[in-house]
Design a protein around this ligand. Sequence first.
Ligand SMILES: C[S@@+](CC[C@H](N)C(=O)[O-])C[C@H]1O[C@@H](n2cnc3c(N)ncnc32)[C@H](O)[C@@H]1O
Length: 203
Amino acid sequence: MPRPLQGAKHRASNAIKLLGQPRGRRRWRSVAGQVPAWDDRNSLIASLVPRGSAILDVGCGAQTLRTHLDAQSRYVPCDCVPSAPGVIKIDLNRDVWPKVDGAFDYVVMSGVLEYLKAPGAALRRVHDFAPAVVTSYQDLRSEISKVTRRMHHGWVNHLSLPEILSVFEEAGWLVEAQVGWRDSYVFVLRSVNDTRPAGQSVG
Ligand SMILES: C[S@@+](CC[C@H](N)C(=O)[O-])C[C@H]1O[C@@H](n2cnc3c(N)ncnc32)[C@H](O)[C@@H]1O
């Protein structure tokens, strides 16, 4: 039977380990294990992607996007905090991307851009994986007080709508669709280099 002091030591040591992790990682560990409050955004994203697509979900969280896709889709999840054994570990803020076989039709980056120190650089890397991206962004509306709230969420960039649209353009992406979701947007972006006929899947 464990002695009470051992239990207390164990709990204290776990608490110290948790405190040692960056705040964001602690939060993502809990996000990774449950259906998120924003899951209707994943449902919206699935409705924007043609059936049978190959999808690389970058910053997949609890992977609930997968539950909204049709059975013919190919789904590959990756995140800095893997929620399950099949999730590939990445860290976009350290330029660590998945080593994956095969081409994808779409990279999904949902609820992720706000956490990136260099969203434009990350979006430039996405061309290596797919000719289209579905992403979201909550733009900075006018009040400065919103920056405090954004920082509280752990967001590290604070761009207005024209600014994030410029980031897309400079990174080589054309906006194919822009859909309002709560007080943010979901964007479908198409690579300026994409020469495939519209709707043609990598199969
Ligand atoms: C708001 S959650 C969105 C999760 C999922 N895409 C969804 O919409 O349900 C943000 C996700 O981005 C991941 N993330 C944050 N920073 C990251 C980084 N530097 N590299 C890779 N993933 C990151 C987190 O682990 C978390 O799963």
